[in-house]
Design a protein. Structure first.
Length: 315
């Protein structure tokens, strides 16, 4: 059992390091070819930061482990909201600036209601997945509008010139990043299945906890960095955006590969807990411009309670 655990950890490291390379190189490619900063912020960065979740879930769906696809996506929203925002806002409560956080919060709530409706019959079909991708495109348009509204300067003032050798280096890092995520995803899934079988829990439990935590590490790193620099509202906004992408992009792209099976546990435990966390995060923020320490403690308690229940059901 030691070898599957080691390979699982190697897969996790490959995903995290590959994700870093992929994100940085994606942004540099966009800048090298002088794509607008608005486009970079609204699409390239958002999609790149969600690449680990997408590739893990799509790979799982392609290999017939569709419950892992759902578990990774919903587990990531639970981890992002309960663990990451819980811990960071206990340490340093966030001040929420501007009305766009509230708009995105409402979008997240609406999208979660939509995915819950799709999942209620026990299957996310390819038609459902296509609808989720359409919602993703609508969200990207909203995000572009928000960035355009916020930014006064255009990228023309800070345009960088990339020499040929630097472009080659960026493309090389892009390819290395992609293959690291893909290779890491396969190691994570295959060995995650073996670990699940060994300890006697379903694949979905591993994906809802360990795999979801692993693919959420980029968000955790971003949140801690933002907190260190005093930009706590930035990390809260990034988590809201990441959750929206988990619902639309991760589940939508996985469901296009193969219809996704929804288990009773997903419907009666995982989805309700995720929705509860989203409500605890967003509803107070619609009426006041901060995430309080009490609010953060509640988020973390819900997360710890959920993980405890999840494993006690099967061990």
């Amino acid at each position: 059992m030691i070898i599957p655990i080691l390979l699982f950890l190697i897969g996790l490291i490959l995903i995290v390091k590959g994700g870093d390379l992929f994100i940085d190189s994606s942004i540099n490619i966009a800048r090298a070819y002088h794509l607008p900063e608005i486009f970079i912020g609204a699409t390239i960065v958002s999609i790149a930061t969600t690449a680990p979740e997408v590739i893990v879930s799509v790979t799982a769906a392609a290999n017939g482990h569709t419950t892992m696809s759902i578990g990774n996506a919903i587990g990531s929203t639970i981890c992002n909201t309960g663990l990451i925002l819980g811990i960071t806002n206990i340490i340093m409560p966030s001040t929420i600036k501007g009305k766009f956080f509230k708009i995105k919060s409402i979008v997240l709530l609406l999208f979660f209601i939509v995915i819950s409706f799709f999942a209620y019959d026990g299957l996310i079909t390819k038609d459902d997945s296509l609808m989720l991708i359409m919602l993703l495109l609508g969200y990207m348009m909203l995000d572009t509008f928000i960035l355009k509204y916020k930014r006064k300067q255009t990228s023309q003032h800070n345009r960088e010139i990339f020499c040929f050798s630097r472009k080659i280096k960026i493309l090389l890092f892009f390819v290395i990043g992609i293959f690291s995520i893909i290779g890491g995803s396969n190691l994570l899934i295959n060995n995650g299945v073996q670990i699940a079988e060994f300890i006697g829990v379903p694949e979905s439990v591993i994906s809802l906890s360990l795999i979801a935590f692993g693919t959420s590490l980029p968000e955790l790193t971003t949140a801690l960095t933002a907190m260190k620099k005093g930009h706590t509202s930035l990390s809260a906004g990034n988590i809201i955006g990441a959750n929206i992408l988990n619902i639309t992009f991760v589940i939508g792209s996985s469901g296009l590969v193969s219809p996704l099976t929804i288990e009773k546990q997903n419907i009666f435990l995982d989805f309700p807990v995720s929705f509860l966390l989203i409500l605890v995060l967003t509803l107070p923020c619609l009426f006041k411009s901060k995430i309080s320490r009490i609010q953060a403690i509640i988020l973390l308690i819900i997360y710890v309670t959920y993980i405890t229940i999840l494993y006690r059901l099967y061990i």
